[in-house]
Design a protein. Structure first.
Length: 202
């Protein structure tokens, strides 16, 4: 993990780690190259469960190999297996994260979403405002009490600013009685990724 002050992805990981313990259930809404899924797996350990979504089989295969290399039990899933069982290991789901609630077997303690496109992949296969919003709504609905949701937004690519504005609006309108919300932004670089972390009140 980078020690750079402005590395918001690393800050998101640290803030999730404050709340996630071994044996718990967590979710990665965008598995991509598998770094966030691996981070979640390290937090919950082999007795916990990580459910990771992606629409690209290529991304899920990269993630699978990364997790297998660390000794994780990995299961490949699709919509026919919904809802999933509460079971130690990593479930890699080939489906859009807007279907989150269909798959969840219980309330997750932590959820991460690194939006945008797969680094090194097809930039057309990018997260979209509409489905991102659905995934965030379901995440907040299902998150366990005192659980945290971390979202990294990339405003620099085509469509990223629109998605960022929608995410801004979503978190600005989360009920203060139910959620605490933090935003981290590099003020000197408006095109840089920025982070939201929401914690559900008990
Ligand atoms: C920035 S990458 C994720 C990075 C990843 N978390 C990591 O650690 O490497 C964004 C990913 O979101 C995926 N994606 C786009 N739309 C999606 C959707 N509706 N549901 C799930 N994943 C989606 C893309 O295929 C891409 O792999």
């Amino acid at each position: 993990m980078s020690k750079t002050l402005t590395h918001v992805v690393g800050r998101g990981h640290e803030l999730l780690a404050e709340r996630i313990r071994k044996g718990q259930l967590t979710v990665d809404l965008t598995s991509g190259n598998g770094y966030d899924t691996l981070m979640m797996y390290r937090l919950v350990g082999s007795s916990g469960q990580v459910i990771a979504f992606d629409i690209q089989p290529q991304a899920l295969q990269i993630t699978r190999q990364r997790l297998l290399d660390q000794g994780a039990v990995v299961r490949m899933r699709n919509v026919d297996q919904a809802p999933l069982e509460l079971l130690p290991g990593v479930d890699l789901v080939e489906a859009g994260h807007e279907t989150l609630k269909v798959f969840l077997p219980a309330a997750p303690q932590g959820i991460i979403a690194n939006l945008g496109y797969l680094p090194g992949g097809d930039q057309q296969l990018v997260t979209r405002p509409e489905s991102t919003l659905q995934a965030l709504q379901q995440s907040c609905e299902w998150l366990a009490p005192e659980g945290r949701l971390a979202v990294v937004v990339y405003p620099g690519h085509p469509g990223g600013a629109e998605e960022g504005a929608l995410v801004d609006n979503f978190f600005a309108n989360l009920c203060e009685a139910n959620f605490q919300v933090l935003q981290l932004k590099v003020v000197s670089r408006p095109q840089s990724p920025f982070l939201y972390v929401a914690e559900k009140r008990d």
